[in-house]
Design a protein around this ligand. Sequence first.
Ligand code: AMP
Length: 282
Amino acid sequence: MKIIHTITEMQQYSKEQQRKGKIIGIVPTMGYLHDGHLSLVDTARKNGADCVVVTIFVNPIQFAPNEDFDKYPRDLQRDCTLLEAKNVDAVFAPSVKEMYVEEPTCLVVENKLSRGLCAKTRPTHFQGVTTVVAKLFNAVLPDIAVFGQKDAQQARVLKRMVRDLNFPIRLVISPLIREKDGLALSSRNKYLSAEERENALVLSRSLKEAKEALEAGNTSIDSAIETIKNNIAAKGGKVDYVECVDSETLEDVRTKTGREIMFVLAAYFGSTRLIDNILFTY
Ligand code: AMP
């Protein structure tokens, strides 16, 4: 497995792979990898990537000054061991200085899907994400890009960026991976105390119950949202938002449409902000 730290070397590596006729798949991450990230590598392969590049970069411009950029967990050596075992072809792990020579004055901004949900509390987050992913695409030159359903809004925003800016890339959204007890895998779960982690199980449980109640015709979307909020509060969580949206447009849904919808939420347990969602046709 090749470990690459500079953009020039990354581009050279990818051009060489292209010359050999390889289909390049990119899996962008911030590292501190878990099975959710590793499942994206499998999805890249299943979708035809015969050269998988995992990028590891904690991107400062998607964190607000009061957020956890400095304390975000990092362990490149451990990550590389996990990726080597997955037969990943290359890891691209640039430094902040390599990615941002100085504060960027040219940003990529998506103006619709990145306005609601997480953007209400993280207003500059998505422009940080779209900007860094565009830069990673230009460094890795992939044919396929894989993102997780865990970050449901992010994946839709990036899909729109690929479409609107004509990136010659197929973006694939890979299923959300959970612990056995339902907690969505996340690098930030490390911040949770044992008690907070136990309480946070209310997120996945409430989402599942909301889906089942709707499917059984036992509730409305509005009441399902209220129930989820009450359940979270009862476990000491602080709700950021709970919404029900169209899975493509992210517009609010309040009635049965026969389309794919998702309940999406964010909530704090202690000082840790967790996100979760459930996707189904209703
Ligand atoms: P992150 O390192 O948190 O920025 O995540 C990198 C990629 O992994 C994103 O596309 C995430 O959506 C995806 N990801 C993170 N956690 C999970 C999970 N539990 N299941 C599926 N994908 C995930």
